[in-house]
Design a binder for this molecule. Structure first.
Ligand code: G6P
Length: 365
């Protein structure tokens, strides 16, 4: 087993460190920079699709949330995301112009499988964004976009998440190009940034010492709050989920702009608040959210873009990440949040790879 972990103390840590290589695998052969497009080998014609439904569970559902943003921003197609256990039972409005996308690492999650069956029965076109080759969902859908993350053993998903995010970016670029909503030049710029992702994630991994220091400082906290806006809202939710899953600390995530409608009441000097504050369209608004947290005594741990000199004036702790296209920032930003959950869980002596009550793949309802 020690050999299988490649010298790492846990599968989860090994998988976190595999992410640069995984992104290379997910993206590598598919980018066509010269044409300003990506080659996904799909027969489906994006021009025949009028709406997209992303269906998934757990971590994969947050990838669907990110997919919704990218699909609408880049390809201008109405898109929704939903946890499969709701989708399958609520009689969703679906027709032949709907593309239902099941996102799943294992390809075996029962709710996701049943959700895609439901969409199919209503006449939807279907696509799987899947890791495990030949799994049940791959046999249920018309076409599969494999994320090529390799086997994931740690119960808490890490490398499959970043690979799913990369797959969402690929899908959105393809749809946007086919539908003429993204210029060749804009696509080329995005693709160039996608090429950099493995290296940028490598740089994010180098932040482990500062993350370990933050974990040391806050691992006794009862609760954590995670905030993010726009494409970083799903990142906040995934960060909170990782922490809950493996450390058993209660963590809640909120879209930062919604904080004033509730969670602001929870803020006091005992509450660490992790804020995704990388550069992007809502950066200034996020800064004011940080000020609101500070004004109430909350402890701010900010994830920020290298060179940002405003953030350290406001936050107690800053994790700097390399600059990247704002739409791709979640792929880099989630890495320190995975490390934070890991370091906290280890300090608390938790069973990182086999957290209590959780299963790697949930095949019964
Ligand atoms: C379980 C796992 C999670 C995972 C979810 C969905 O709850 O513990 O890590 O995100 O299932 O799994 P899937 O295989 O469908 O991506």
């Amino acid at each position: 087993e020690a050999a299988e972990k490649g010298g790492f103390p846990h599968y989860m840590l090994k998988e976190i460190y595999e992410q640069p290589w995984v992104l290379e695998n997910t993206l590598g052969g598919r980018l066509r920079e010269e044409e300003g497009d990506v080659d996904l080998g799909l027969a489906l014609d994006p021009r025949e699709v009028e709406r997209v439904h992303f269906i998934a569970c757990g971590t994969a559902a947050y990838a669907g949330w990110y997919g919704k943003y990218l699909m609408e921003i880049l390809a201008r197609i109405p898109a929704e995301w939903e946890v499969a256990s709701e989708y399958r039972y609520r009689d969703p409005v679906v027709d032949g112009k709907t593309l239902a996308v099941a996102i799943s690492q294992s390809g075996e999650t029962i709710d996701t499988l049943e959700g895609i069956r439901e969409a199919k029965a209503k006449g939807a076109r279907t696509l799987g964004v899947i890791n495990a080759k030949g799994s049940s969902i791959t046999r249920e859908v018309e076409e599969v976009l494999y994320i090529h993350a390799g086997p994931e053993i740690g119960v808490a998903s890490t490398k499959a998440y970043t690979a799913m995010l990369a797959a969402m970016a690929l899908l959105a670029v393809r749809f946007a190009r086919a539908r003429g909503t993204l210029s060749k030049e804009a696509a080329q710029a995005l693709i160039r940034e996608m090429r950099k992702l493995p290296r940028l994630v490598e740089e994010a991994l180098e932040k482990r010492p500062i993350v370990a220091h933050i974990a040391e400082k806050y691992h006794q906290a009862q609760d954590f709050l995670f905030l993010g806006r726009h494409v970083q809202a799903p990142t906040a939710y995934e960060g909170a989920l990782k922490l809950k899953e493996i450390s058993y600390i209660h963590a809640e995530a909120y879209p930062a702009g919604e904080m004033k409608h509730g969670p602001i009441a929870l803020i006091d000097e005992r509450l660490p608040v992790v804020v995704l504050a990388t550069r992007g369209p809502l950066y200034e608004k996020t800064l004011s959210n940080i000020q609101e947290v500070r004004a109430r005594g909350g402890k701010v741990i900010a994830v920020a873009t290298e060179g940002d000199e405003e953030i350290p004036k406001l936050a107690q702790d800053v994790i700097y990440l390399p600059e990247v296209h704002p739409l791709l920032a979640p792929i880099v930003s989630v890495v320190p949040l995975q490390l934070l959950a890991y370091e906290v869980a280890v300090l608390l002596g938790r069973d990182v790879d086999q957290p209590r009550n959780l299963a790697k793949s949930v095949t019964v309802e």
